[in-house]
Design a protein around this ligand. Structure first.
Ligand code: DP6
Length: 415
């Protein structure tokens, strides 16, 4: 290793999106390697609105691996972190930075420690898939720092060992996680079905709900489902394989009615499996489903797809911007903000949709008409904490602007 005496710090910063599954992953056949019992398909969300930024640094002056999440130091001793670090380290190659006069050989990486700082641009407590973006970003940025030559597919198999859904965040657009057959998990990887430009009409509105009960984590929830649900076996064997084929076809043809039908049915079946689990798991908020179902049935074909992960937040996918404006209008009617809220923090992300709805302040929300398809439309003031307007987005990127680094280039500690 060149310049051992000098206390140099070499670092890389990357940004990785989160994703929402439209055909769900639920259930593992191997707990430690994180191998699923079925394929799944997701849409990557625009990193501008929902992403993780991670800076990874290496220096001969670091005496242990350390990590900070949203500014707070966290332990790296968990098996999932350890596995990702080990897998990436074992694939490291020589690295040379001529400008700084640094040379690290493949062998040196075994003895060098890393510092990792990670930051989510959305509230971690909101129950949005932060572990997917987080592990994908950890693996992607470490791979760049250590000059790992493997492609995204191979990296996805490493991110998978941090959190299953993380493997799908290695790509933008529409992504399939192939469950694979091998016991060692080498063929359980993510592949891109289409990039984000393929179907760029879609608009996504996420309703982040306010009252969140203590939830069962995905990891333990799916373990209990595998142990106790009969329905999950039927789902994995008979239902999902057919839906995967149909969903790939719907995405390829930008066939929104089929896409919406499959996404809603799959979310509902996943939650039916949760209810079929002993003791039953309740994740979902059904008021929003009721509104969307009524609206979709009042139209000739579905306008909006809904999907829920292991929590009560609703992810709504509108077929285009015009529909997204009608959707937001309906959502704001049913779920007005509590009295102390302000509009700029109630609708975040791509706020420009608010103009299409004709809402510029809170008074405009009070004046919204009820949706024509609903008799005696109810209002649930304060039930939603805020809405995020976004769209399908791109995969991981390296950030070359040094100002975006989360660690100091001199000390390798959080800025
Ligand atoms: C409901 O990937 O969070 O979001 O692999 O145990 O870390 P682990 O679970 P995780 O599970 C995600 C489940 C889901 C559906 C999905 O994203 O496909």
């Amino acid at each position: 290793m060149a310049c051992e005496s000098e206390k140099w710090v070499l670092m890389v910063t990357a940004q990785t999106p989160t994703n929402i599954a439209v055909i769900k992953y639920w259930g593992k056949r191997d707990e430690s390697l994180i191998l699923p019992i079925n394929d799944s398909i997701s849409v990557t969300l625009d990193p501008e609105h929902l992403c993780t930024t991670t800076t990874v640094a290496v220096s001969p002056s670091f005496d242990q691996d350390r990590m900070w999440l949203n500014g707070k130091e966290i332990s790296l001793s968990g098996g999932r972190y350890q596995r990702c670090l080990r897998e990436i380290r074992s694939r490291a190659s020589d690295v040379e930075d001529e400008e700084k006069g640094i040379k690290i050989t493949k062998k040196d990486w075994e003895n060098l420690h890393v510092h990792i700082a990670s930051y989510n641009n959305f509230p971690t407590a909101a129950g949005l898939a932060s572990s997917a973006a987080g592990f994908a970003c950890l693996v992607f940025s470490l791979a760049k720092l250590m000059n790992v030559k493997e492609d995204e597919g191979k990296l996805s198999a490493i991110a998978r060992q941090g959190s299953g859904s993380a493997c799908r965040s290695l790509y933008g657009g529409f992504v399939k996680w192939i469950m694979g057959k091998h016991d060692d998990g080498s063929d359980s990887i993510a592949v891109q079905l289409a990039d984000e430009k393929h179907w760029d009409d879609l608009v996504i509105v996420i309703a982040v709900v306010s009252s969140r009960q203590k939830e069962t984590s995905s990891t333990s929830g799916m373990r209990e489902s595998v142990e106790t649900s009969m329905l999950i076996k039927h789902r994995a064997k008979e239902v999902v394989p057919k839906r995967i084929v149909a969903m790939e076809e719907a995405i390829k043809n930008r066939d929104f009615p089929s896409f919406a039908h499959l996404a809603c049915a799959d979310s509902n079946q996943f939650h039916a499996v949760c209810l079929d689990t002993c003791p039953p798991i309740f994740y979902m908020n059904d008021t929003i489903i009721g509104c969307v179902e009524k609206w979709n049935r009042s139209e000739e074909s579905p306008q909006v797809a809904y999907t829920f992960d292991a929590g009560p937040n609703a992810v709504l996918i509108a077929r285009n911007r015009k529909v997204a404006a009608s959707l937001l209008q309906r959502l704001l009617f049913h779920f007005p903000p509590s009295s102390d809220a302000d509009l700029s923090s109630y609708v975040i992300g791509d706020k420009s949709i608010l103009q299409d709805v004709g809402v510029t302040d809170l008074k405009d929300i009070e004046a919204l008409p009820p949706p024509p398809e609903i008799k005696d439309a109810q209002k649930y003031k304060g039930d939603v904490s805020y809405f995020i307007c976004t769209k399908p987005g791109k995969g991981p990127v390296l950030l070359s602007d040094k100002n975006q680094a989360l660690l100091s280039p001199e000390t390798g500690l959080p800025k």
